[in-house]
Design a binder for this molecule. Structure first.
Ligand code: M6R
Length: 609
């Protein structure tokens, strides 16, 4: 969702900005642009559509400039049109790129119009460009002008600003949206995601909310929200494998699905030593706090929320801790009650999801025992702002549809559950046997990957339908919901998931011979109940697509298509069955010809509320 980049160097930055924009494509966008300063002043280049369109435009005449800013825009204010793409420019003097939403832009726009500024776009960003222009005209100091302008803004933003007569400095500011400054050799960069800058540097300064910074040849100056000069720590990022290509795979999503056995094994390796869980690796550097946890409250969005819903089953049944799970966008508006000794847990792949961050900020003041972020991005705002963190070890995930980040989240919350369940020493042996079982999970996921062709065959009849139902029970109910979300996201087939027991309370009305019903039915304590629900579907001639193991006794037949899954223990089942549904969604999307890695209207990192 919107990507921003800027560069100041001795070499020509235009190709670098273009390269960076390509690395930001995974975030989702509908137009792209860049601006540079050359002998003739600010030159702006914008295109609706992919970065490739912008590249084609630039190939005709590549700018030659030592300073520039670029952007991929995901439309919020105004349609995806060239005039609404960024950079936005004020009177040929100030160019701005912006992520986020300026909530008071309408009032500012009216004020600026009265002052004589003419608007050429529908964006909130153009307001920022004119506002900076106005203050720059009065102050003749770009750094001061941006500081004064951002003081008038309400909302969330990360901006990069340059002035036609200052080709030696780039001014940036953040409030609620991430900004990473990359420090190179005699050159400086800025981006909304460090991934965009990895070819140029591995040294980063992450700005904090309220910071305004000036990048110049002689160094970086940062002022905090109070206008005080501050030094933000320089961090070296481990970039091994980051931004790697698709290898032999047709899509990033398929590559990431196949990376799961290794990612899961890495997750266990990172949290277990000599058969024992490592509390510090699971976030508990404070062992005393671990003993005080009496309840858990999980907050997340989308796929990460589904991981939280599975976690609730585990935390209650295995660790015997009361657990509630909320959508981040709902949580802080419902005035939640905080039980005594309650740990607040966020789950997020990116660590930059605006709703989840807002929930964390609310929770930090709400009287929880502590805040724990379970996150895949070590340098993210969520990790930096939480008291404790547990890093999932999925590695960079590029496909918009989350896959390996989800299964490593599941495994991480499962390990956390075992830690909480066995935190008293006399239980240690019980924990060991469960951990031993979990070591098999990578091998079982590998078995599912080997079923890819069979699952592809199942996707063939599915893709002709407009709608599908997913059914599951217990911890496999949230997995059914995740399967439905995956199918919706990338194949655009409408899908809904239900706890199987709910079928007869409403959705059964939808079932006829045209309705595919995808059911998760491993042999477990709930199998008999699940089989009864499947019979209810069969009695209405619904088309069953069943994922089950040999011990269940479920057989293929008229109206029943079957994928025989490996036999797995109850704790591993959600992880293993999730992978099968990822493959189903993937194959359905490929068969329908959709843009698997960048589905329409979606963004990898959702940085607006
Ligand atoms: O980065 P996060 O895990 O916080 O993102 C939350 C959701 O936006 C994300 O899981 C989304 O639902 C994915 N597109 C799912 O595939």
């Amino acid at each position: 969702m919107c990507g921003l980049i800027g560069a100041l160097s001795r070499r020509n930055v235009a190709p670098l900005l273009l390269d960076g924009l390509k690395r930001l494509e995974y975030r989702g966008y509908d137009s792209a642009g860049l601006a540079c300063i050359d002998g003739a002043g600010i030159s702006v280049h914008r295109r609706v559509g992919k970065v490739a369109e912008l590249e084609r435009l630039l190939q005709r005449r590549m700018p030659d400039s030592a300073i520039g800013i670029g952007h991929t825009r995901w439309a919020t204010h105004g349609e995806p049109e060239e005039r609404n793409a960024h950079p936005q420019v004020s009177r040929d003097t100030i160019a701005v790129v912006h992520n986020g939403i300026i909530e008071n832009y309408e009032g500012l726009r009216k004020m600026l119009e009265v002052m004589g500024y003419a608007f050429s776009s529908d964006t909130d960003t153009e307001v920022v460009a004119h506002l900076v222009h106005y203050h720059y005209a009065g102050l003749s100091d770009l750094f001061a002008a941006v500081r004064t302008a951002v003081n008038q803004l309400v909302g969330a933003y990360a901006i990069a600003v340059m002035a036609a007569d200052r080709p030696d400095c780039l001014v940036v500011a953040r409030q609620g949206n991430p900004l990473a400054v990359g420090i190179g050799d005699g050159e400086q960069f800025v981006a909304s995601d460090a991934v965009a800058l990895l070819p140029f540097t591995d040294r980063f300064v992450f700005l904090e909310d309220g910071d305004v910074a000036c990048l110049a040849a002689d160094g970086l100056s940062v002022l905090d929200a109070d206008g005080q000069a501050v030094e933000r720590p320089l961090q070296q990022l481990d970039v091994a494998g980051a931004g790697a290509d698709k290898g032999p795979y047709r899509h990033y999503m398929l590559k990431e699905i196949h990376e799961q056995p290794d990612a899961l094994a890495d997750t266990i390796r990172g949290c277990v030593e000599h058969g024992m869980l490592l509390p510090a690796a699971l976030g508990f550097t404070d062992r005393e706090l671990l003993q005080r946890v009496q309840a858990v409250h999980i907050v997340a969005c989308g796929t990460s929320h589904h991981a939280g819903e599975v976690a609730r089953y585990w935390l209650e049944s295995v660790a015997r801790l009361p657990c509630s799970v909320d959508l981040a966008s709902e949580y802080r508006y419902r005035d939640p009650v905080v039980p005594p000794g309650c740990l607040f847990v966020t789950l997020s792949q990116s660590g930059e999801t605006a709703d989840t961050l807002a929930a964390l900020r609310y929770a930090a003041k709400a009287g929880y025992l502590g805040t724990l972020a379970i996150c895949n991005c070590p340098a993210s705002s969520l990790v930096r702002e939480s008291a404790m963190h547990l890093l999932t070890r999925a590695g960079p995930e590029i496909g918009v549809a989350s896959t390996k980040a989800f299964t490593t989240q599941l495994l991480s919350v499962l390990l956390l559950t075992l830690l909480l369940a066995h935190r008293h020493r006399h239980d240690a042996q019980a924990g060991r046997s469960q951990l031993e079982q979990l070591r098999q999970v990578s091998a079982r996921v590998e078995d599912v990957l080997n079923l890819s062709r069979r699952i592809e065959a199942l996707a063939v009849p599915l893709v002709n339908h407009a709608s599908a139902l997913f059914l599951g029970r217990g911890p496999l109910y949230p997995i059914a919901r995740e399967g439905a979300l995956k199918l919706k996201e990338i194949s655009y087939i409408h899908a809904e998931a239900y706890a199987s027991g709910e079928l007869k309370h409403g959705p059964l009305a939808l079932v006829d011979d045209q309705m595919p019903v995808i059911a998760l039915a491993p042999s477990n304590l709930l199998l008999d109940k699940q089989r009864s629900n499947l019979r209810e579907v069969q009695a209405r001639k619904g088309q069953l697509f069943v994922f089950s193991d040999r011990d269940s006794g479920i057989e293929a037949g008229p109206g029943v298509r079957l994928v025989e899954m490996p036999k797995v223990d109850a704790l591993s089942a959600p992880i293993v069955y999730a992978v099968a549904l990822q493959l189903l969604a993937y194959h359905a999307a490929v068969l329908r010809g959709s843009d698997v890695d960048k589905p329409r209207n979606l963004a990898k990192s959702v940085t607006v509320e």
